[in-house]
Design a protein around this ligand. Structure first.
Ligand code: C5P
Length: 213
């Protein structure tokens, strides 16, 4: 059976501290949006769940904007049963404030921010994927291949795309990247100096070759 529907989660999440402040990260959503656009060009039915970004949703995709990791998890879990393939590019914040304040916290209030770990959306999807294809990303500063392989296995993925974060290579936004893809069969492909649009094509070529089930 061929993949007809694809679910992509993209962008950062925002974890509320109080009504005017949040914890987040540098993700811009560029990669996930590029994959969504390319999938649409290939006539797939595309759902894009996205944290806050400054990008415009590609035309013709089902767009579900979310804010926090818990919102993203809810949307992804609701959409996942209807899809053949999920690509999780989102930079889910690892933690959220345990007690988000209902009112704006005053500058002078002494404050220690207590954090709790967020659920791993990808691992939860991997655990319930059945015949579906699930693809994740890994951003590492060391032991790129080894750590990515561990994540592929622990999160029950079909493929993982790993890239290295170094001081010289800021991977956020519109940058050219070196990545390594590792699939569940142990195949590794190194790809050098490619834009996120070019990588979107390479990743979808590989994703669409998987047999469902
Ligand atoms: O374990 P790590 O965060 O490095 O794994 C990265 C992969 O897991 C990415 O595909 C990311 O979107 C996903 N992830 C997730 N939920 C989290 C943390 C990461 O889905 N809470």
């Amino acid at each position: 059976m061929k993949i007809k529907n694809i679910l992509i989660a993209a962008g950062p999440t925002r974890e509320r501290i109080d009504p005017v402040r949040f914890i987040s990260n540098y993700s811009t959503g560029t990669f996930g949006y590029a994959i969504a656009k390319e999938a649409k060009r290939r006539k797939l039915s595309v759902t894009l769940v996205s944290g806050p970004t400054s990008l415009k949703a590609p035309q013709g995709v089902k767009f579900i904007p979310v804010e926090s990791s818990l919102d993203m998890r809810k949307a992804v879990l609701a959409e996942f049963p209807k899809t053949d393939c999920m690509i999780m590019t989102a930079a889910v914040a690892d933690w959220r404030p345990r007690y988000p304040a209902k009112r704006k916290i005053k500058k002078k209030e002494r404050r220690i921010l207590e954090l709790v770990e967020n659920p791993d959306i990808l691992a939860q999807i991997g655990a319930r994927k059945k015949k579906r294809i699930v693809i994740g990303f890994a951003l590492e500063t060391e032991n790129l291949g080894k750590t990515a392989l561990k994540k592929l296995k622990n999160k029950n993925l079909d493929m993982i795309i790993a890239n290295r974060l170094t001081k010289e290579a800021n991977i956020f936004g519109d940058k050219k990247l070196d990545v390594v893809t590792i699939d569940k069969f142990g195949n590794r492909t190194r790809v050098f100096n490619k834009s996120k649009e070019e990588l979107a094509k390479i990743i979808l070529d590989k994703a669409l070759r998987f047999e469902l089930g």
